[in-house]
Write a protein that binds this ligand. Structure first.
Ligand SMILES: [Zn+2]
Length: 250
């Protein structure tokens, strides 16, 4: 029959496995940076769309400006040719010229503003590209580091799992099953140390007769929480030998 000591050691090994697995889970894979990159990517796509729109608009407005210039030039030609001597007509033409000139300079202003806006967007895009470069550099490093750390822990957990298997194979299947069952329903703690006459799992006082049987290394269970009780005395000689042996093996 397996001893409480064997189960205690098995539990310590199981706990070690859980802890290493939790550390693997907690490793920084660079997900936060990936998320930031994703957001920047969307921002960049938005800016690129805006640039396309602005450039299209700019082209339209430049065409309009070209038309205005042509119109203005033909007006000027008419005025300077001096075909008309009629002062009323001349005044009307003069007025038309003034209006066309004002319209043209307003349109020039409009085109200039569009150009500036497009330039601003291009600048923004370039800044984003620089950010991408920086992030990608960090991510590449992070990824390398993550893979290294993960591999190290995975190797470590394999070794501990291998040790666990050897330990478990030395325990009778029905005892092992009971251990697993208790562990599953008792927060991963199937074996509780007896602390000053109390169960280390649920802290209930253990009746003296039961306590004595535990001290005599019988496999006993807490009548309150059902956990396997492990005596908190010095390590039993057999177990000490076992421990030394496993240390030698390791
Ligand atoms: Zn208990």
């Amino acid at each position: 029959m397996a001893s409480a000591w064997q189960l205690w050691r098995l539990q310590e090994t199981d706990t070690a496995i859980t802890q290493i697995e939790a550390r693997i889970e907690e490793l920084d894979s660079g997900q936060e940076l990936e998320d930031i990159r994703e957001e920047l990517d969307q921002e960049k796509a938005g800016i690129e769309n805006e640039i396309v729109e602005k450039k299209l608009k700019l082209k339209q407005e430049e065409l309009k400006l070209g038309g205005m210039e042509d119109h203005l030039n033909s007006l000027k030609e008419k005025v300077f040719k001096g075909d008309t001597a009629n002062p009323k007509e001349l005044m009307a033409m003069q007025k038309e010229l003034e209006i066309a000139t004002a319209q043209k300079s307003a349109q020039e202003e409009n085109v200039l503003m569009l150009m500036e806006a497009a330039d601003g967007l291009e600048l923004k895009k370039r800044e984003l590209d620089k950010k991408f470069k920086d992030i990608d550099k960090i991510l590449a490093g992070r990824n390398e580091e993550y893979k290294k750390e993960k591999k190290k822990l995975e190797d470590e957990v394999l070794i501990v799992k291998d040790r666990r298997e050897k330990m478990a194979s030395a325990i009778e299947p029905h005892v092992l099953k009971r251990y697993e069952d208790i562990r599953n329903k008792s927060n991963g703690i199937a074996v509780a140390k007896v602390i000053k006459g109390n169960c280390g799992g649920c802290f209930m006082t253990i009746p003296v007769p039961l306590l004595n049987r535990v001290k005599d290394r019988h496999m006993e269970f807490c009548s309150s929480c059902g956990r396997i009780l492990f005596p908190d005395t010095e390590i039993p000689p057999v177990a000490a030998a076992e421990a030394a042996q496993s240390k030698d093996k390791a």
